[in-house]
Design a protein around this ligand. Structure first.
Ligand code: NAP
Length: 512
């Protein structure tokens, strides 16, 4: 089927940005394994010699692809700071080397003599681009600005227009997408951490292209080409796609998109799960209806504060006082659950009979609370030890358990010990919340999953004690979320494999 996009079928555009020609070619080759549309950031190459070298290698590349040449000026957020005439000459050379498109920033229009630009524009197709790295603009201002740039673009013979604007909130990113809607060949780019979801949904919302860097994100909110294609399938999303996500702050390292999207892919469900970096809950709640969000996970710091915004809540989640899962009903009403609770039980009950066990929880924060209520409901006797004894007492009382002082741990025996503190978490992997002599138990369960094997688990294993990694709880709570949203059994094997692969890659890259 012929594509209606002027850029062809591949609307996820890989971005090659390197300071030397060799590295730029390496990135380009990798990009071409995933897409046929690639932007070449010639302004990133450190000097004219590297640009010449790169373009001469490009001209020998026997691949049919849509290359977009960009040599962005410093005053438009790029790295090029030479004369305008040379910038035009570089773009001209790029067209001769095989690029089909050139991107020129709107600032250049007023500086470059019309005849010189017209001459260059006789070859190839051109994009007129506008970048706002300053404060986000109001919806009205943005609409006016986009209309003005789009008309200038059409009048001067540009085949497409690109608008890229800084967003401090999801509402800002929706403004960018809306301002571009219904316009001729327009590329809408929402920039900033709060705009990651809008970047992934841009194609669905009518943008002609979505950009994705080859290397790790070079600006906040960017998603790598590999993740755009394979994790979020941004080019396959349509108006029927059901949108889910995770809200938190920070959210960049969440493994939940790997888990949930693997489930959708395995079952061939037209749904996507996105990361939402949310500082202000009201900002996110305002985006539920326009983006068609059907459900979401909640992580720190919103697990308690979300309760105020729910229409109804599972009684157990209300008792725990924390919600990590929300279903958006057809009426738009929000219903909350706590699957951390299910996660604890599923992870533990495979290894020990919970009823009748005596379990020590170390820590008395949010996760400790979910663990304590889960264990109590499962029929275990709960003991709590925390660095602030008053907090341990409070939690112990809530689950009819006992508070245990730290000095007693050397003498006491438990069926299981659960670490519910962040001590030992990446990057401080060399510390342990408890010493070896305090591990008098049959099983140690560390809620931490970065790394999968913490120092605490190593100490336990050395003493012949069984261990459970926090990844088991993470998987179980996420699988329970998937089942709540989809109303069917989750493809657990595929979901587990996707998370394990993501963690393995992460561990390998942090060892480099
Ligand atoms: P939280 O609400 O901040 O609670 C942390 C608890 O750890 C508090 O009791 C805190 O004591 C204590 N703590 C912190 N630093 C300590 C230290 N140096 N020594 C002794 N105690 C210390 O955090 P949370 O949400 O409960 O999370 C706790 C851990 O569980 C995190 O590592 C998180 O990643 C993990 N978790 C895992 C999953 C999973 O699916 N596997 C789910 C949820 C959480 P103070 O109150 O005195 O600061």
């Amino acid at each position: 089927m012929a594509s209606s996009s002027p850029f062809g079928n591949d609307r996820i555009c890989g971005v090659v940005a390197a300071t030397d020609a060799r590295e730029a070619m390496r990135q380009l080759r990798r990009a071409l394994e995933m897409t046929r549309t690639v932007e070449l950031r010639l302004d990133w190459l450190k000097d004219g010699k590297e640009r010449h070298e790169f373009l001469s290698r490009l001209s020998k590349l026997r691949r049919s692809a849509t290359f977009i040449a960009t040599c962005r000026h410093r005053d438009a957020g790029g790295r090029y700071d030479g004369p305008d005439a040379t910038q035009l000459a570089v773009l001209g050379a790029a067209l001769r080397a095989g690029c089909r498109w050139c991107d020129l920033e709107v600032e250049g229009l007023s500086r470059i003599p019309g005849f010189a630009l017209d001459l260059q524009m006789q070859r190839g197709k051109w994009i007129l681009s506008w970048h706002n790295f300053g404060r986000p603009q109001s919806a009205k201002l943005l609409r006016g600005r986009v209309s003005a740039i789009d008309s200038a673009s059409e009048k001067r013979g540009f085949a497409a227009t690109k608008i890229a604007s800084q967003c401090d909130s999801l509402a800002d990113s929706l403004n960018v997408l809306r301002a571009a809607r219904g316009k001729r060949n327009i590329i809408a780019v929402s920039m900033g951490e709060a705009a990651t979801a809008a970047r992934i949904l841009a194609l669905r919302e009518g943008s002609a292209l979505a950009y994705a860097p080859m290397e790790a994100a070079t600006a906040p909110g960017q998603i790598s080409l590999e993740e755009m294609k394979n994790l979020y399938r941004a080019d396959k999303l349509d108006r029927q796609t059901r949108v889910y996500g995770v809200i938190g702050n920070p959210i960049g390292h969440s493994l939940s998109p790997h888990l949930q999207n693997a489930g959708f892919q395995a079952r061939r469900i037209n749904a996507v799960y996105l990361p939402f970096a949310v500082k202000d809950l009201r900002d996110f709640l305002g985006a539920i209806e326009p983006l068609g969000i059907r459900g979401f996970s909640i992580t720190l710091p919103h697990k308690q504060s979300i309760l105020r915004h729910l229409d109804d809540c599972d009684p157990l989640a209300a008792t725990i006082g924390a919600v990590n899962t929300v279903v958006v009903r057809n009426s738009g009403k929000l219903y909350g659950y706590n699957t951390d609770y299910v996660g604890v039980l599923r992870a533990l009950e495979r290894r020990i009979p919970i009823r009748g066990s005596r379990v020590l929880i170390f820590g008395a924060g949010g996760a400790a609370r979910a663990v304590a209520f889960a264990l109590e409901s499962g029929g275990a006797t709960v003991a709590v030890c925390a660095r602030r004894p008053a907090e341990a007492k409070k939690l112990a009382r809530a689950v009819h358990g006992e508070a245990v002082g730290r000095s007693a741990l050397r003498r006491e025996f438990f069926d299981a010990i659960v670490n519910a503190t962040p001590v030992g978490m990446h990057p401080r992997e060399n510390v342990t919340p408890l010493e070896a002599r305090e591990l008098n138990c049959r099983l140690v369960f560390d809620l931490i999953y970065r790394p999968r094997e913490t120092k605490l688990l190593k100490l336990a294993a050395r003493r012949g004690i069984e261990t459970i990694s926090g990844i088991e709880m993470f998987l179980a709570q996420g699988i329970a979320q998937w089942e709540i949203w989809m109303g069917e059994r989750a493809p657990e094997k595929a979901m587990r494999a996707a998370v394990m692969l993501a963690l393995k890659r992460e561990e390998a890259s942090s060892q480099k």
